[in-house]
Design a protein around this ligand. Structure first.
Ligand code: CAA
Length: 386
C-alpha cells in the first residue's frame, strides 16, 4: 500500500473555492434562514454555477468530474458554516446523480442526469430528491408500502414518503416502491418521477430541530402514471439500488458531520483565545485546552475515516463498511464536539449569534438520516460477523 496525505493542486483549489463560498455566500444570513426555515435557493443556485451540484459526475453529463476526496473536502468546508446548504448538495450528488450515472439508461442520463448535475435547466434551479423513507419504513427500509402496479407500458404509483430532503425544491424524485410485494426486498423497484406529474402532492413542510433551512416534506402519490422507461434497472433492483446509493451518501453525510464538528472546533479555538476569565484567556485553562485537544484529535480521526471511504470508492473497492464506519464515527464526533463547543462558549454559546447552538442542533440529524447510528452498527456488525 502506498500512502500520500498530500492534496493535489486541484483538491486545494476545491477547498479554497468551497471555503470562499461558505464565508461569502453562506455565512451572511445563515442565522436568519435557520430561524425562518427559508430554503437557501440563491446559495444552491451559486453552488450549481460552481459545479458543486454534480461534483463527481462525468463532464460528459454536465458534471465537474472530480473525485470523492474533493467531494469530502467541499462538503466539510460548506458544512462548517451551513449544513442546510450542504445536505441539499449531498443528496443531489450522492443519492440522485450517482445512482442515475451508475445505473441509468443513456436516455435517462441525457434527460435527467445532465440538468441535475448542472443543478439547472433553462436557467432555473433543477435538483433531485431520494424517496425511500415512509411513515412506517425508516430504519426498516425493506417494509415499503408504496406500490407501483404494472399496467403494460406504464406503472401506477400510490403511497406516501416521509422526511424527504429537497421535497418541495426538487424537480425530480427517485422513488423506491414495491412492484411485487410477495417478494419482499426483492420486489422493490426504483422510478424516476417528476414532481409536476399529475397525482404528485407535496405534503406539509417539517418544522425541524436543525438544518431548518433545508426543505423537508412528505410526498404523496395518488395514481401517478409512471412510464416504463422511467424505471431504473430491472424490476426488483430497487433495494439494492437504495443500499448501493446510500453507501456513497453516507460518505457525504460523514463529511457533513466532519464539517459541523470542525466548524464548532474552529469557533471554539477562536473564542477561547479571546475570552478572558480568572485573569487570562480561557484557552490557557487546562479544562478548556483538554476539550480542544480531544476535539482536534477526534475530528482528525473522523477526517481520516472519510478519506479512507472516499479513497476506496475512487479506487473501485467495496466501500460499504468504510462508509458506515465514517458516518457512524463522524456523526458521533459532530454531536459531541458541538455540545462541547456550546460548553466552552458558556452563556454566549446558548444564544444564536455565536453559531454553536445551531451547529449543535444541526449535528443531531447526522446521527439519524441516511441510516441512524444504530443502522450503521448493524451494517458494521454484520460485516464483522458474516
Ligand atoms: N448492497 C447490496 N445489497 C444489499 C446491501 C448492500 N449494501 N445491504 C443489503 N442488501 C441486500 C441483502 O443482501 C438482502 O438480499 P438477500 O436476501 O439476497 O441477502 C436484501 O438486500 C435485504 O437486506 P437485509 O436482509 O440486510 O435487510 P434488513 O431488513 O435486515 O435491513 C438495513 C438492512 C441495513 C437495516 C437497511 O434496511 C438500511 O440501511 N436501513 C436504513 C435505511 C436508510 O439509510 N434510510 C435513509 C433514508 S434516505 C435519507 O435519509 C436521505 C436524506 O434525506 C438526507
Amino acid at each position: 500500500m502506498s500512502m500520500n496525505f498530500q492534496l493535489s493542486e486541484e483538491q486545494k483549489m476545491i477547498v479554497q473555492a468551497a471555503r470562499d463560498f461558505a464565508r461569502n455566500q453562506c455565512m451572511p444570513g445563515v442565522i436568519e434562514r435557520d430561524e425562518a426555515q427559508r430554503f437557501p435557493r440563491e446559495q444552491i443556485s451559486q453552488l450549481a454555477d460552481l459545479g458543486f451540484m454534480g461534483l463527481m459526475v462525468s463532464p460528459e453529463y454536465g458534471g465537474a468530474g472530480m473525485d470523492t476526496i474533493s467531494y469530502v473536502l467541499a462538503m466539510e468546508e460548506i458544512s462548517k458554516v451551513d449544513a442546510s446548504v450542504s445536505v441539499c448538495m449531498s443528496v443531489n450528488n450522492s443519492l440522485v446523480c450517482w445512482g442515475l450515472e451508475e445505473y441509468g439508461t443513456d436516455e435517462q442520463k441525457a434527460r435527467y442526469l445532465t440538468p441535475l448535475a448542472q443543478g439547472k435547466k433553462d436557467g432555473e434551479l433543477y435538483i433531485g430528491a431520494f424517496l425511500l423513507s415512509e411513515p412506517e419504513a425508516g430504519s426498516d427500509a425493506t417494509s415499503q408500502r408504496t406500490i407501483a402496479e404494472d399496467k403494460g407500458d406504464h406503472y401506477i404509483l400510490n403511497g406516501t414518503k416521509n422526511w424527504i430532503t429537497n421535497g418541495n425544491s426538487a424537480s425530480v424524485y427517485l422513488v423506491m416502491a414495491q412492484t411485487d410485494p410477495a417478494k419482499g426486498p426483492k420486489g422493490i423497484s426504483t422510478f424516476i418521477v417528476e414532481k409536476n406529474w399529475p397525482g404528485v402532492t407535496v405534503g406539509a413542510k417539517e418544522n425541524k430541530m436543525g438544518i431548518r433551512a433545508s426543505d423537508t416534506h412528505s410526498i404523496l402519490f395518488n395514481d401517478v402514471r409512471v412510464p416504463k422507461e422511467n424505471r431504473i434497472g430491472v424490476e426488483g433492483f430497487g433495494f439494492t439500488f437504495a443500499m448501493k446509493t446510500l453507501a456513497g451518501g453516507r460518505i457525504g453525510i460523514a463529511a457533513q458531520a466532519l464539517g459541523i464538528a470542525s466548524g464548532a472546533y474552529e469557533l471554539s479555538v477562536r473564542y477561547a483565545k479571546e475570552r478572558k476569565a480568572f485573569g487570562t484567556a480561557i484557552a490557557h485553562h487546562q479544562a478548556i485546552q483538554f476539550k480542544l485537544a480531544d476535539m482536534a484529535t477526534r475530528i482528525e480521526a473522523a477526517r481520516l475515516l472519510c478519506f479512507k471511504a472516499a479513497w476506496e470508492k475512487d479506487n473501485g473497492q467495496d466501500y460499504t463498511l468504510s462508509s458506515s464506519m465514517a458516518k457512524l464515527y463522524a456523526s458521533e464526533v459532530a454531536m459531541w464536539a458541538a455540545t462541547e463547543a456550546v460548553q466552552i462558549h458558556g452563556g454566549y454559546g446558548y444564544v444564536k449569534e455565536y453559531h454553536v447552538e445551531r451547529l449543535m442542533r444541526d449535528a443531531k440529524i447526522t446521527q439519524i438520516y441516511e441510516g441512524t447510528s444504530e443502522v450503521q452498527r448493524i451494517v458494521i456488525g454484520r460485516h464483522i460477523t458474516k
